[in-house]
Ligand binder design. Sequence first.
Ligand code: C2E
Ligand code: MG
Ligand code: MG
Ligand code: MG
Length: 284
Amino acid sequence: HVKDEHKGHYSFFDAAMSNRIDRHLNIETGLRQALDNQEFRVVYQPQVDVETGAITAMEALIRWQHPEAGEISPGEFIPVAEQTGLIIPIGDWLLHTACEEMLRWPGAEHLRLAVNLSPLQLNQRDFVQRVGEICGNTGFPLSRLDLEITENLLMRDVDSVVEKLRTLSRLGVTVAIDDFGTGYSSLSYLQRLPIHTLKIDQSFIQAIREGQDEGTLVETIIAMAQGLDLRVVAEGVETERQLNYLRRLKCGYMQGYYFSRPINGRDAVNLLGSWPREREATGY
Ligand code: C2E
Ligand code: MG
Ligand code: MG
Ligand code: MG
């Protein structure tokens, strides 16, 4: 009896595992063709200046429409793209596409473009050159580019990453730590990397709720950022309560569903057109 149960248990486990491996392999195979088959899209999410209400930047986020599986989230396929090295051509494609698209938007001349980078991209010897070339080829000014990086153990050669980010900083590129507070060694990274911005991870923002919004970690992070002269972007702002709380703390910028979900280029143009440049501080 017992033996049979165990047997059943193990074969169930094996099946679940092999399903996962199958999916992984399918994603890997699919990713190899996705660029050629034009299955990727870029969507954009605005960043809003807390004080003026103006949109100051757009974060480009990748989307993948798999021909059979439908939409696969970046949370699932980016790790596979990193393991296979495919993140390099995919990252180049995203930057090129977003630069080209944003330059065509009317009235967006003042907007910055934020892109997410994988550690593998930063570890490329010719990373600075690639970014320079893509901006050069599209005509997008480096001085309007924000690079978002996560604190990550995979960043093997920190010294050479620091040097690359310094070079880009001198050309006007700014660097943000994404998902701040969830990574492996926040504080030592802060000291070593030439960064301009902290993006507070959305889990800390979502913790701001009725009766629980005193003395939060958000407050501490914002105070620390002010002390270090860093810009702060709060991610994942969904409610008016969170917005008001962040405003009281003098958080600089916000991003989240409260303002807009990530939207395609056409919708972004419409959003910008209907969004007053400056809003009353109280009038979102
Ligand atoms: P991220 O850079 O921290 O992006 C923020 C994620 O939070 C996005 O998910 C966005 O859709 C979501 N989000 C924004 N506002 C809200 C909100 O108010 N509430 C909630 N619940 N979620 C919100 P997405 O697009 O699925 O991206 C997930 C992650 O995948 C990104 O996190 C980023 O790390 C990675 N990623 C996305 N695009 C790229 C890319 O082009 N290259 C690389 N290397 N990574 C990317
Ligand atoms: Mg990001
Ligand atoms: Mg984030
Ligand atoms: Mg994230």
